[in-house]
Design a protein. Sequence first.
Length: 133
Amino acid sequence: SVSLSLETGPNTITITATSPNGHVATRTEYVTLGTVPTLTMILPADRSFGYPGEPLNLQAAATDVEGDAIAYQVRVDGTLVRDWSSEPSTTWTPTEQQLGLHAIEAGARDDFGGATSRTIRVLVVHKPVEPSE
């Protein structure tokens, strides 16, 4: 077993083995190391408020250095809300039973399995009552 450091992009690996009798075998392999997408935006903003019965628009945006297609996934408190999809937005409508702080995780991955995620927090509270005049 040998560990190698690879550079992003194409890499050439040549392995040469020599037996005790002096026989030599060489093999060359080509490996391309990709990059992980970068999440550039997630909405709503961290520490936003949500209200029971009102849909929250959950959006993510990501970039990939190689220009690979990106798929998005969204979880609320670890529960899958939207599985991997090219669509970067979905909605979540909290219920009265979901008052409190919630972790919303947006994930992005490219076609080669490079993945990243980021978590924001949303506090679900009762909607403030407008004062009557």
